[in-house]
Ligand binder design. Structure first.
Ligand SMILES: [Zn+2]
Length: 412
């Protein structure tokens, strides 16, 4: 029986969202948390964008060091040979790629203004797949952008051409959030049956259906005999109304009526990391978690009305589908209410040593402490907010990696 896997695109779709962004250290922490959670792949950035190069290289180094394992790190580029060559020039050790090209007539005429035909789209894509394979790509996903507004026969032709050239997955992009669960089920099933390749579901929330569509699309792929790879973002951040929320999709796939009886997750997902990753994303993006967010919102387990409170106290299952503990909630939180020493971009060694001492980190020499402090200062310059404990610990543990993440040199 085929299975469901997750490809989280927070570090790609999430950060390309208007008004939102992450520092390179925050993107790295996101990869670490996704790995802890058991997510199959993180779409970790843009290999053709120069300011990403060192971050991408440093994260691939973390993979080699066994820190970012078993998660796969995949880059996102356009499906053209130029982009493939640039990607391997700037990030030679990249091994997993998604190659993206628009497939709908709307985009052919509206975006490419008639400069590309359907044949050109397929030719660009297969040439890019060939180039990526020749340069050392181990896995290649091919993205049909605006797939939900693309003629199905053409989409199948596109998928078959990708498969023939050795691509590993076809990403069905509901770029505008236009699908509903009924249509995406049918399309993903038809693609799975006719193309014979694993299908990714990339869903947006413009009509409020990103999570439902992801689940329905995954069901279609599996009923069609292929693995499903659902694209998610943490807290649903993404272009416009956002993407399918990682935690909500996991909950829907594992807790909704009868679904998990037949449709299983590949690998093991640690839902107990949900609260932590959601809180980190909220802090790093500086976007509050909605109070009614499934699983991780402040009200997700709050009961006030007499009948509900009475019912949940007698038996939580009366009014809760799942326990707060399953999401890693319920531990007391330490909030400083008195004097607070914080590391910032102008911190000195005394305050910094005090702060690290509270986390049981000591330095072998004053030079070492100064070196870590200097990196922490730079990280603060980039993030423009105090670092979380785990970021400070990361810098102290992997100073050479942190140095790479924090090095931005324009116009090399
Ligand atoms: Zn998207």
């Amino acid at each position: 029986m085929p299975k469901i896997y997750f490809i989280d695109v927070t570090n790609r779709d999430g950060v390309q969202t208007a008004k939102l962004g992450l520092s390179k250290l925050e993107k790295t922490m996101m990869n670490i948390y996704l790995n802890e959670m058991g997510v199959f792949q993180s779409e970790f950035g843009f290999p053709t964008t120069r300011h990403e190069s060192r971050y991408l290289q440093a994260n691939l180094e973390l993979t080699e060091m066994g820190v970012l394992k078993p998660i796969r790190l995949g880059g996102w580029i356009r499906a053209i040979v130029d982009d493939v060559e640039t990607a391997f020039k700037l990030v030679p050790n990249i091994r997993h790629l998604n190659l993206s090209i628009s497939t709908s007539d709307q985009m052919l005429y509206g975006k490419f203004q008639g400069r590309k035909t359907r044949d050109d789209i397929i030719n660009n894509m297969v040439e890019a797949v060939d180039a990526a394979r020749a340069l050392g790509a181990e896995s290649i996903g091919v993205n049909a952008e605006d797939a939900s507004r693309t003629d199905l026969d053409f989409l199948i032709k596109f998928g078959l051409a990708a498969k023939e050239h050795g691509a590993d997955r076809l990403r069905y992009c509901d770029t505008l959030g236009y699908d509903n669960p009924f249509t995406i089920y049918e399309t993903c099933r038809a693609l799975a049956e006719n193309v014979g390749m694993p299908i990714e579901q990339h869903c947006h929330h413009d009509l409020g259906m990103a999570v439902a569509n992801s689940i329905a699309g995954a069901k279609g792929a599996i009923d069609g005999g292929q693995d499903a790879y659902i694209n998610t973002t943490v807290n649903g951040v993404g272009e416009r109304a956002g993407n399918a929320d990682l935690v909500a999709v996991i909950l829907a796939a594992t807790k909704s009526k009868g679904f998990a009886d037949k449709y299983r997750l590949g690998g093991s997902i640690k839902l107990t990391k949900a609260a932590k990753i959601a809180e980190f994303a909220s802090y790093a993006f500086d976007v509050p978690i909605p109070i009614n967010q499934p699983g991780v919102g402040a009200n997700a387990f709050a009961h006030a009305s007499g009948i509900h409170a009475d019912g949940v106290l007698k038996d939580p299952e009366n009014y809760e589908l799942y326990s707060f503990r399953e999401l890693g909630r319920g531990k007391p939180k330490f909030v400083e209410t008195g004097r607070e020493i914080i590391a910032g971009q102008y911190s000195g060694i005394s305050g910094f040593s005090h702060l690290m001492g509270k986390m049981d980190v000591s330095f072998s020499s004053r030079e070492e402490a100064n070196e870590i402090l200097e990196l922490v200062r730079y990280a603060n310059v980039e993030a423009q907010k105090p670092l979380v404990e785990e970021e400070l610990l990361f810098i102290a543990k992997y100073p050479q990696i942190a140095r790479k993440l924090l090095t931005l040199t324009p116009l090399e």
